[in-house]
Design a protein around this ligand. Structure first.
Ligand SMILES: [Zn+2]
Length: 469
């Protein structure tokens, strides 16, 4: 059998923001990719000199910016067809009146279509890897992720208790929850050329028995994978934990007590935590996914500056479409910085424009994202030996011009519109704003229809606003 020839691509004449340990930025840089890996990085002249002869393709980026693929560490791909179904409603209506009926009436096909639509938006915003927060059909999600060419840690929405659950979910036992996730792990983990990993999920503590928490902890440890859980989202959650689980503060204190705080736990939101709990998170190496837009809308101000100062690894997430509407990590970078500068008004009486500077926010969306999804040995920065996951940003667009400080421009000026091309695992998945592996228009029309039918099936009616004629 003939050995497959390796493909070598040289990309040059680009500002490379590597996000490596030395924070190197090559103003006129070049990078060499062989198959799915980066094999060289440096100044353009040196890269061209050493690799031009070997290259199958040489790409001149005309001074555009090259970033590591961005990582969205909390996104509900199953909720994408629910964009706009729960705007401006209280939390109880949001959950019991809209989201639970929507999610419990989904089919596997809906999950597939929803993930395709969500994935298109993720790619447009420069995301190459995401952590699913817990959705309905991992098999549907996996099919979409494989097709789109993305990288993902997929998680099943898992609950084994709680008041008012839809009938279908209320019937699930703890054993079912663990067993089905083990099966999904067997079937989908390390598939799609290694781009898909399967994690365990815990929707949130109020929908989990102690047995589920403990068995999830042990199963994830045994299979050496991660756990994705919504943590300390609202004060009511902490209050319930205090009343029912015999601890003096809230969810984080309880998770510490039962040994669930480990470095494989990705704690989403983590808004209502005190300083003792921040120290617990830091000591255990727990990763926090900060979702600024969703937090502002539904949850509150997470103490991100304090977590950062305490050494907690904080990354960024969009949350799902019914909590945020915009699934773009580019907007979350901007919001993370602004919200946390503004939040300082509570501590000091004035905002602090120096809080969460641009380089910190860029780390949250790249290297910290990679650590959060337990994949930092292969992604999160542009370095020799790592996977070729990268994003081309065009700064010569009205939204970014002029660029005097590249790093701050990427956080404060960049919009999704500036993202032109995206590579994941050495393959282009978007080129010149065109999604390559699926037909975007076709997905949009199928998704519109599936969304309408799903809402009908779930009996969800969105009340009219204003005077519709
Ligand atoms: Zn969430």
């Amino acid at each position: 059998m003939e050995a497959k020839a390796n493909s070598v691509v040289v990309v040059h004449n680009t500002t490379i923001v590597t996000m490596d340990a030395d924070s190197r930025v090559f103003q006129n840089g070049g990078i060499v990719i062989e198959d799915d890996k980066i094999i060289a990085i440096g100044h353009s002249s040196s890269v061209l000199h050493h690799f031009s002869a070997l290259a199958h393709q040489i790409i001149d980026l005309n001074a555009q910016i090259l970033l590591p693929g961005l990582i969205n560490t909390h996104v509900h791909t199953s909720q994408h067809l629910a964009r706009g179904i729960a705007d401006d409603v209280d939390l109880l209506t949001w959950l019991h009146g809209r989201i639970w009926p929507y999610e419990s009436n989904m089919t596997e096909e809906d999950s597939y279509i929803s993930t395709l639509l969500c994935g298109i938006e993720l790619i447009h915003s420069g995301v190459t890897c995401f952590a699913e927060a817990g959705g309905q059909y991992v098999s549907g999600m996996a099919k979409a992720v494989e097709l789109l060419g993305l990288r993902a840690c997929l998680t099943q929405s898992t609950m084994d208790s709680g008041e008012g659950l839809p009938e279908l979910w209320a019937a699930r036992t703890t054993a079912d929850c663990i067993q089905s996730q083990r099966e999904l792990y067997e079937k989908h983990h390390d598939t799609a050329d290694g781009r898909i990993r399967v994690w365990f999920g815990i929707r949130q503590i109020m929908n989990s028995t102690d047995r589920l928490l403990l068995e999830t902890r042990d199963a994830a440890r045994e299979l050496k994978t991660g756990i994705h859980m919504h943590v300390a989202e609202i004060p009511y959650e902490n209050q319930i934990v205090i009343e029912t689980r015999n601890v003096d503060h809230g969810t984080v204190t309880y998770l510490e007590k039962i040994g669930l705080l480990k470095n494989n736990l990705l704690a989403a939101h983590t808004v209502w935590v005190n300083n003792t709990e921040i120290a617990f998170l830091s000591k255990a190496g727990v990763k926090v996914s900060h979702c600024p837009a969703a937090a502002m809308r539904m949850l509150g101000f997470a103490p991100i500056r304090e977590m950062h100062d305490a050494g907690v690894c904080v990354s960024l997430g969009t949350d799902g479409a019914p909590s945020n509407n915009r699934m773009t990590i580019v907007d979350e970078m901007y919001l993370a910085s602004l919200i946390n500068k503004g939040r300082e008004v509570y501590a000091t009486g004035t905002t602090d424009p120096t809080a969460l500077p641009a380089e910190t926010v860029l780390k949250m969306a790249t290297v910290n994202g990679a650590k959060s999804v337990l994949w930092d040995d292969e992604i999160g920065s542009l370095e020799v030996g790592k996977k070729a996951d990268m994003v081309v940003v065009n700064p010569s667009h009205w939204s970014m011009v002029p660029v005097h400080d590249c790093i701050s421009s990427l956080v404060y000026c960049m919009r999704t519109e500036n993202v032109v091309s995206v590579m994941c695992n050495g393959k282009w998945i978007m080129k010149d704003k065109k999604i390559l592996n699926v037909n975007e228009e076709e997905v949009i029309s199928v998704a519109k229809l599936a969304s309408m039918e799903l809402l009908k099936r779930a009996g969800i009616q969105i009340p009219n606003r204003m005077n519709i004629l």
